[in-house]
Each structure stands twice: as structure tokens, then as C-alpha cells.
Design a protein around this ligand. Structure first.
Ligand code: SF4
Length: 431
């Protein structure tokens, strides 16, 4: 390992799970769908660095963590520790890696064995890794996590500690073997706000004191600036933006990051900030294709060049097409809005339009939509979907984007291709 060798490199990592097969799959001998929990993720962690992975629940960040510690097999890609791929590890290498890569889990209430005293909990990892001088180490680490004097805590059991104290013991357990890397999975999300700030401040100091590196995993962007210099924003298994923390908070580029930053509460109630909002919830990470995974929620999705259409009207067509693809058009609800017990196709098409579209289209856009809704009313969803796709398909659906918007600032969004080929415009923030 040279001075420039990263401590940990994750290269194009994929972790897919197979969805369990149903009876029809078995009868038809269909391959089960793949759940793309982590898809083509690359990260670098250097010595004495703290980076963050941020994203909503279900974005794949915990799967990433469990893959990093060897609890999930790698589907594809590589994890490289101090220059050696883990795929080349022998038993001794794995033991060394497991000692040097420690995890702090989200739930301090379940992180500790309720039957063990704090002393026993802290001595356990030392015994596992064959480390002596246990009493001194236990007392030292308790002082470091500000559980002082140690005598006050050594004989207690977790039930006698507050949530914040439990998480401090969990942090002490991770630090006591003097690891190179801490993987912290939402370490403060179950603590109250005042305890969160104190624990984060302490973690920041510990990273510096122990010279340890950290991957901080959270859904909460507001905590990141305390602890990490660099942020990776994850959405449905992929990193969609990566940049220094201060820059990403001040000027988020990816529309998803922009929405996350908009959601961070501002302490000053007098400060009036418009918010970027996302529609809906993330879909299941199954059969996602090549395009941008945020397209079904993106407030800045890009219409085809030939189309004259405003953003909200286009967004509405996109959402309708997604529902159609997922076979989720609520025909029963639409039928209830029609007085006629036996409506013709045009009446049904009008009712569908009323139910799903608030924005007026015009010209060819309107003609295509009407034609498609009539096909749908005529029980030809494939024709309707095809016709809509021909006219309204977006580059966001068909082509992945990963652009270096500025040096060290990567964004998975076609809007930033202008920085390299000047084809698209920067999204107007929905502020
Ligand atoms: S690529 Fe398209 S859908 Fe994805 S974030 Fe950019 S504009 Fe939105």
C-alpha cells in the first residue's frame, strides 16, 4: 500500500437479489425478477476522511453497508481494502478486515446484549480479536465517549442507560479495537434532537482523535455537515450526486438532492424558502432499465426536443405513462364518474383525462393523448402506451447520465451535459 492507495475503494459494486418466484413463474419457468438494491456504486474512502452516503429509506444504503462487511455476497464489482480486493482475501485477511472495519448500527436499544454489563460488552470484541490490556482499554474508551467516570458505568446493564448513553457504548464498542474504518448506519436517528447533536459532535472529535475514517450513512442531510467532508447521494441503488458537503448543501445540482436539501428544516422561522418537492414515493428497485431512476418523480424531467410543452403538463403525461406501464390505471374509479351505464370509448377517454390530467395540452400533443386514451378505453393498453411513448419519450427514460459538472462534482442528470457538450440547459430550480 502506497501513500496514495485509498483505504477503501468500492468499484462498480452491484448487489442484486432475486425476487421470490410465485407459482406462475415456476409453471412458466420464468426467471425471477432481480431487485437491484445496489447498482454500479463506486466510492473512495481515504485515510482520516469521513464521507457520507445519504438517501431515503429503501435506497440501498444499508445493503451497501452489509455488502461492505461481507454479510452479502457481491453480485458484481469489487471492494478493495488497502489495495487488495476482498475477493482475494484468505481467512486471515477476512479476520483482519473484520477487526479493522467496525459498524455502528442505527438502533442503540438493540445494539447491546441486555444480559451483559457494559464492561462485558466492551471486553467482548477485545476477546474475539485476541487483544490484551482489556481493563485499561475499556476505561480509556469510556472516557473518550464521555461516559465518565468509568466506574459509574462498568457494572451497569443496558437497561440502566439512556438512549444516548447506549449509543455511546455502541460507539465505544466499535472504537475499542482501534479500527481503520467505522461504518455508521444512521447512528443518531433514534435519539432525540439534543442528544443527536451531542453524539455527532463527540463522533466528529473521536474520528480526529483515533485517526479513524468513516462512512456515515443517513437519510438526514441536516446531520451530514457535522461529520462528513464529502457527500454521496443515493437513489434507488445508484449514486446520483457526489460532491464536497458544503458545496452540495449550498448548491445541490441533481433534482433529487435539491429536494432533499429543500426538506432540511431552517432554524430561522422568518426565513422564507421555497421548497423543491418530489411527487410520489420511490418505486421498487426492479426492472428499472437504463434511464434515470428518478424520472417518475423528477420535477425537471426533460421533454423530447421536438415537443413544445410546459414542465408540469409533461410531468403529468410521464406519471400517467408510468401508471399505464405498471397496470395501475384505476378504471373502476373512472367509471364511477360517468353517468352513462354503457359509455362509449370517447366518453371513457374524456373521463380518464378528467381523472388524470389537470393541465391542458394543445396541437399534436393533445391529439396523441386523446388517441391513446381512446385506445385505452377500447381495452388496448399496449397501443395506448406505444403511442404515448412515440411522442413523449424522454431522454431521461432511455439513457443513463453521469456527468462531471465540475471537478470532483459528479451528477447523474442530463441537465448537466451542457457542461461537456452544451446540449441541455440547467434545470430551473423549483424554488
Ligand atoms: S436525468 Fe432527467 S429525470 Fe433524471 S434527474 Fe435529470 S432531469 Fe430529472
Amino acid at each position: 500500500m502506497t501513500d496514495e492507495t485509498p483505504l477503501l475503494e468500492i468499484r462498480n459494486l452491484r448487489k442484486y437479489f432475486e425476487e421470490s418466484s410465485n407459482v406462475l413463474d415456476l409453471l412458466l419457468r420464468r426467471e425471477p425478477d432481480q431487485i437491484q438494491a445496489v447498482d454500479d456504486v463506486s466510492l473512495t474512502l481515504n485515510e482520516n476522511e469521513s464521507i457520507a452516503v445519504i438517501g431515503e429509506s429503501g435506497c440501498g444504503k444499508t445493503t451497501l453497508l452489509l455488502t461492505l462487511i461481507g454479510l452479502h455476497d457481491i453480485t458484481d464489482g469489487e471492494i478493495i481494502y488497502k489495495g487488495t480486493p476482498v475477493s482475494e482475501f484468505d481467512k486471515a485477511d477476512w479476520k483482519d478486515y473484520r477487526s479493522n472495519v467496525q459498524v455502528i448500527f442505527q438502533d442503540p436499544f438493540n445494539a447491546l446484549d441486555p444480559k451483559m454489563t457494559i464492561r462485558e460488552s466492551l471486553e467482548e470484541p477485545l476477546k474475539i480479536h485476541g487483544i490484551d490490556d482489556r481493563d485499561r482499554r475499556v476505561r480509556d474508551v469510556l472516557e473518550h465517549v464521555e461516559l465518565s467516570p468509568p466506574e459509574k458505568y462498568l457494572g451497569r446493564k443496558p437497561v440502566n442507560l439512556s438512549g444516548g448513553e447506549k449509543q455511546r457504548v455502541a460507539i465505544a464498542r466499535a472504537l475499542i479495537v482501534e479500527p481503520d474504518i467505522i461504518l455508521a448506519d444512521e447512528p443518531v436517528s433514534m435519539l432525540d434532537a439534543s442528544t443527536q447533536a451531542a453524539v455527532l459532535k463527540m463522533m466528529k472529535e473521536l474520528i480526529e482523535d483515533f485517526g479513524v475514517s468513516m462512512i456515515y450513512i443517513s437519510h438526514d442531510l441536516s446531520t451530514v455537515s457535522y461529520i462528513s467532508e464529502h457527500v454521496n447521494v443515493m437513489y434507488l441503488g445508484r449514486i446520483v450526486e457526489t460532491a464536497p458537503t458544503g458545496q452540495i448543501l449550498a448548491d445541490p445540482k441533481h433534482p433529487y438532492t435539491d429536494a432533499l436539501v429543500s426538506a432540511v428544516p431552517i432554524p430561522d422561522p422568518g426565513h422564507d424558502r421555497d421548497r423543491t418537492r418530489m411527487s410520489g414515493a420511490p418505486r421498487d428497485p426492479i426492472g428499472l432499465g437504463d434511464g434515470c431512476r428518478f424520472r417518475d418523480r423528477c420535477p425537471a424531467v426533460i421533454p423530447p426536443d421536438h415537443l413544445e410543452i410546459d414542465q408540469e403538463a409533461f410531468r403529468e403525461v410521464m406519471e400517467f405513462r408510468e401508471l399505464l406501464d405498471r397496470d395501475e390505471i384505476a378504471f373502476d374509479r373512472v367509471v364511477e364518474t360517468i353517468d352513462d351505464p354503457d359509455p362509449d370509448d370517447r366518453t371513457m377517454a374524456r373521463a380518464l383525462k378528467q381523472e388524470y390530467f389537470r393541465h391542458e395540452l394543445s396541437g399534436e400533443n393533445e391529439a396523441t393523448l386523446t388517441e391513446s386514451l381512446i385506445a385505452l378505453a377500447n381495452e388496448k393498453p399496449d397501443v395506448a402506451a406505444r403511442r404515448l411513448k412515440q411522442r413523449f419519450e424522454s431522454v431521461c427514460e432511455t439513457t443513463p447520465a453521469y456527468v462531471e459538472a465540475e471537478t470532483g462534482w459528479n451528477v447523474a442528470c442530463h441537465h448537466y451535459e451542457e457542461s461537456t457538450n452544451e446540449t441541455q440547459s440547467t434545470p430551473a430550480k423549483q424554488h
